[in-house]
Design a protein around this ligand. Structure first.
Ligand SMILES: *[C@@H]1O[C@H](CO)[C@@H](O)[C@H](O)[C@H]1NC(C)=O
Ligand SMILES: *[C@@H]1O[C@H](CO)[C@@H](O)[C@H](O)[C@H]1NC(C)=O
Ligand SMILES: *[C@@H]1O[C@H](CO)[C@@H](O)[C@H](O)[C@H]1NC(C)=O
Ligand SMILES: *[C@@H]1O[C@H](CO)[C@@H](O)[C@H](O)[C@H]1NC(C)=O
Ligand SMILES: *[C@@H]1O[C@H](CO)[C@@H](O)[C@H](O)[C@H]1NC(C)=O
Length: 401
């Protein structure tokens, strides 16, 4: 490899190491793990949530603990004891917040013992439709308006003087489950994150439609997590990076990804990047019903951007990979504008002939992938500056399995 190619790579490595070195004491992996597994030696000031504890210092619901946090920029930690919590959570606070789910096995999302559940889709009790945000198990956004999906190619027009929300939200070993139905029955979010930076480690997100919404100016990083759904279950306007995770198909509908791009005065890389992950049927009973039926994604508007990189795809994926989205006879896919791509994927779901014949999937080579190939290259500040990754827990991401 040419030295000129190597140098930027070294720079990236350095910036990751220094980010890890800067990791505050309260975010040290060993501290977090000890707290999660024993409830002891937690970061200073940790608030505990438990459904069973009678201690006066303990909260019984997670939202009551969130509401008790000071409205300032100090880092705060909430330890959530094992249990199923039926509540909707809403985080508007700008200061750093860490959720630690109690677990005996912090390196395995399938062993999570904290579940937060809610059952709602985008309709109120009379059946009248409401914005998707009202369905969400967890909302992270500074204001209601900034969290609205809205409609049309540009979505809800969020007032430009809206402040940024949470700058550094981290969640470990928590499952977010929207139990509205066991098939696609309208948008039913597990997560809605806008104008905020959020990292999710060994977490689970379960629903059928629109499971994960990363809204405007939302930056979301997922690590060794599970994301399950049927229709458009990774969607939004912001930027999402899904690393070494499990994308689980509970049926097919729309596509896995549905993104809306935005025109900005600066170059943006808003989109969803699914990297080193496994894309497959959720279980062996659903698998035979969806062979060759599920699309990787479809363009929510023409500027959709999504890339599956170095993923393994099972036989559920349709021959063309992605599909177009035609509304009232108008096809949204635009050559050279829409980016619905794959890079170095493998598995029975990858059919090269089908991809080429389908004509909407871009097969990136190493050069094409390079500009997106690290979180530093896609996560931006609201003003457009790249390299906005200080909120990612590089300590956990870098550790040996
Ligand atoms: C929190 O503090 C910010 C900045 O001082 C202020 O604008 C906001 O209204 C406060 N929020 C609440 C709920 O008090
Ligand atoms: C979240 O909380 C804020 C502040 O109380 C509120 O204005 C907003 O409506 C809430 N969001 C949702 C989706 O309920
Ligand atoms: C398999 O997944 C489907 C879709 O989510 C679900 O309906 C079914 O109950 C699951 N079956 C098993 C055995 O878990
Ligand atoms: C972005 O700008 C192009 C060119 O002006 C326009 O065709 C497109 O509709 C715009 N897209 C959005 C989402 O605003
Ligand atoms: C791959 O796609 C082509 C074109 O759509 C199709 O004819 C072929 O059967 C597919 N191969 C497999 C193994 O599905």
């Amino acid at each position: 490899m040419l030295l000129s190619h190597l140098l930027p790579l070294l720079g990236l490595l350095q910036s990751q190491t220094s980010a890890a070195a800067l990791q505050s004491e309260s975010h040290k992996t060993s501290t977090l793990r000890h707290c999660q597994t024993t409830g002891k030696n937690c970061p200073a000031g940790t608030i505990t949530v438990s459904q069973t504890s009678k201690e006066a210092t303990t909260y019984n619901t997670i939202q009551s603990a969130i509401n008790a946090l000071p409205n300032n920029t100090t880092p705060q930690t909430i330890l959530i004891k094992a249990g199923t919590y039926t509540e909707q959570l809403n985080i508007t606070r700008a200061g750093p917040i860490t959720f630690l789910g109690e677990t005996t096995n912090p390196k395995d999302a399938t062993a999570n013992r904290v579940r937060i559940t809610w059952a709602a889709a985008n309709k109120d009790s009379t059946g009248q439709s409401v914005d998707n945000v009202y369905s969400s198990v967890l909302v992270v956004a500074p204001t209601l308006e900034s969290s609205l999906t809205g409609s049309g190619t540009t979505g809800y027009p969020v007032p430009s003087d809206t402040p940024f929300g949470n700058t550094d939200f981290r969640v470990y070993n928590v499952d977010f489950v929207n139990e509205w139905s066991d098939y696609s029955d309208g948008p039913a979010h597990a997560l809605s994150l806008s104008r905020a930076n959020g990292g999710f480690y060994y977490c689970g997100f379960f629903s059928y439609q629109d499971t994960v919404y990363v809204g405007k100016l939302g930056n979301a990083y997922f690590y060794k997590s599970i994301i399950a759904g049927q229709t458009d279950f990774l969607y939004g306007f912001g930027t999402a990076w899904i690393q070494s995770s499990s994308i689980q198909l509970r049926g097919c509908g729309g596509g896995i990804t549905a993104w809306k791009g935005t025109n900005t005065t600066f170059t943006n890389k808003y989109g969803v990047y699914i990297v080193d992950s496994d894309v497959r049927a959720a279980n062996t009973s659903i698998a035979p019903d969806i062979i060759g039926e599920c699309a990787l994604g479809r363009p929510w508007n023409s500027q959709h951007r999504s890339i599956f990189a170095r993923c393994t795809e099972d036989g559920s994926i349709t021959a063309s990979g992605y599909i177009d989205w035609v509304v009232s006879g108008v096809a949204r896919f635009q050559k050279g504008v829409t980016l619905m791509a794959e890079y170095a994927v493998s598995g029975p779901g990858f059919n090269r002939t089908g991809r080429v014949e389908g004509g909407v999937t871009t097969l990136l080579d190493k050069e094409g992938w390079r500009g997106f190939s690290e979180p530093e290259r896609v996560f931006q500040k609201p003003t457009g500056e790249f390299g906005n990754v200080g909120w990612i827990d590089w300590g956990v991401v870098g550790e040996k399995v």
